[in-house]
Write a new protein. Structure first.
Length: 277
């Protein structure tokens, strides 16, 4: 649905009809399911909080969204998930695909998808969804750095998440970290997946970095995989040991033409974002 006034009213009605699953986990935190990440975090991340997930580069948009979806699935349990995306994200990174979501471990029937035209509408719909106590998690995905997404906006979202106890995840692409009220901030880049038996496609793999934690946990880096069958993250460090401490995404080359990027210069400056048409 698009985030027009009519569809925002429809979203309110749809959310009002939901009930929180009886088996909802009422604990204060949710875990990654991976001790090497959970232990330094004190067991996991705050459930009733706002968390930020940044793509290392625009090319890592899918990786950032996948990592955030993994967190949402860990936090939501059997609850429903609302995902609010800006239209421009569809143009730049592609639309969400029901089969792809199912392969990732999310039943598309549990997802309420809202498409919004700009950052203002994304935040309005995101705040409305985060207020719904029946939800398991909310994903908010604006594109770039809309002016409305400032410290005050993040404070409002954080307070809403605390009151509703709904885990709220802000996915940021083509944006630089700014002061915010988020409980944690992450940066994500794509890694090459490890082939499974018979050269079957491997689990989605991510290079993740904890940039900031409200409780004072120092910055850390990990390489993880997402196991859709067990709905948890797994250790991915067995594969790129030579790159320990480096932040260089490892990925298999793809066919096709790519624009040249400046050595050491910001990607955003080399590829200015513009809406076509």
């Amino acid at each position: 649905m698009g985030a027009t006034p009519d569809t925002l009213r429809a979203l309110k009605l749809q959310l009002a009809a939901l009930e929180r699953p009886a088996a909802f986990d009422a604990s204060q935190i949710f875990s990654f399911g991976l001790p090497m990440v959970d232990d330094p975090l004190g067991g996991g991340l705050d459930r009733a909080a706002l968390h930020e997930v940044f793509a290392r580069a625009p090319a890592d948009a899918a990786a950032a969204a996948g990592f955030a979806l993994g967190l949402a699935l860990r936090a939501a349990g059997e609850g429903r998930i609302v995902w609010i995306r800006q239209d421009f994200a569809d143009l730049e990174a592609g639309r969400l695909d029901a089969l792809g979501l199912a392969e990732f471990g999310l039943d598309p029937g549990r997802l309420v998808l809202v498409r919004a035209k700009d950052g203002t509408d994304v935040l309005k719909a995101g705040a409305e969804a985060a207020r719904c106590t029946a939800l398991g998690a909310v994903l908010i995905e604006p594109w770039g750095a809309p002016k409305v997404l400032d410290l005050n906006a993040s404070r409002r979202l954080s307070l809403i998440a605390v009151a509703s106890r709904v885990t709220t995840l802000m996915v940021r692409v083509a944006a630089a970290p700014m002061p915010s009220a988020a409980a944690s901030r992450w940066a994500v880049a794509a890694l090459a997946s490890r082939p499974l038996e018979a050269n079957a496609p491997g689990f989605p793999a991510f290079a993740i970095s904890l940039l900031r934690h409200r409780a004072g946990v120092p910055p850390r880096q990990w390489r993880v995989e997402w196991d859709r069958d067990e709905t948890r993250f797994k250790d991915g460090t067995f594969r790129n040991r030579a790159l320990a401490g480096a932040w260089q995404p490892v990925a298999a080359p793809l066919p096709g033409r790519l624009a040249a990027l400046p050595a050491g210069g910001p990607v955003e400056e080399a590829l200015p974002l513009r809406r076509a048409g």
